[in-house]
Design a protein around this ligand. Structure first.
Ligand code: SAM
Length: 236
């Protein structure tokens, strides 16, 4: 699936991972229909998750921030008429201080592992002083971190031979410690175990699909990698 399709497809059908992540945050008491909150979706892409959240939590207000100007424009067009949603262009590594004290919670879907590292991005979020920070990404329960960089020759852009992509896997132990030092002492996590089959893409490009083990558990695969998806949430 090409990068643009990833954002468009989500408007047609919300990803299972989004539904499950949001369900988990609701069960854990961070989101609720009767809990009016100001929520930021950082690295919101084309805004499909904002559309989902704003319809599910009509009493809350949502702000999406993404570095990509074309995606922000695409999202603004799609979200026209949604009264509780706004989109802005911004860089997660250099967030504007005007956002400080503006959000009760910050969510990020499937992006942290696609950044070069997590220390500065999490510090930037903590600087905005939300009550809670929730992230879905690739994590390992133990004290090992994987720095994974792809040269993706399927994705050529700006005349380059390949697109460089990160698929980093961060240690839950290290991420938790870092969040603690930033003042977020309460920490919860859960592996995302998918309950539907995702078909294998025809192309050998990246894109998550599932295979079943002998014990009937689903493993999520993307190109050469197994995807250890987790949901995490940290609060003050
Ligand atoms: C894998 S997509 C996920 C998009 C969206 N969260 C979702 O789940 O559909 C990663 C997104 O991160 C954005 N992004 C990458 N680097 C960023 C940065 N430094 N600041 C803000 N957004 C960034 C990209 O433009 C892209 O929309």
């Amino acid at each position: 699936m090409k990068a643009e399709e990833y954002h468009i497809k989500q408007y047609e059908s919300v990803y299972r991972s989004t539904e499950k992540f949001v369900d988990w945050l609701e069960v854990s008491g961070y989101l609720g229909v009767d809990m009016p909150q100001r929520i930021c979706d950082i690295a919101c892409g084309g805004g499909a998750n904002l559309a989902y959240l704003s319809r599910r939590y009509k009493n809350s207000r949502f702000t999406g921030i993404d570095i990509s100007h074309p995606l922000i424009c695409y999202g603004a067009e799609k979200l026209k008429g949604e009264v509780n949603c706004e989109l802005y262009q911004g860089d997660w590594f250099h967030l504007d201080t005007k956002w400080r004290d503006q959000f009760d919670g910050i969510i990020s879907f499937q992006t942290l592992s696609w950044l070069s590292e997590y220390h500065e991005p999490l510090r930037q979020l903590a600087e905005l002083n939300p009550k809670w920070i929730a992230i879905s990404s690739l994590f390992y329960k133990g004290d090992i971190e994987y720095s994974i960089t792809l040269k993706n020759y399927y994705r050529v852009s700006n005349g380059k031979e390949y697109e460089k992509q990160y698929y980093n896997i961060y240690s839950l132990i290290r991420v938790r410690k870092h969040l603690e030092t930033l003042g977020y002492r309460e920490f919860h996590f859960i592996p995302f175990e998918i309950d539907i089959d995702l078909p294998k893409p025809e192309s050998m490009d990246v894109g998550t699909y599932t295979i079943k083990t002998e014990e009937n558990k689903r493993l999520q695969i993307s190109a050469a990698l197994m995807m250890p998806w987790y949901f995490i949430v940290a609060s003050k």
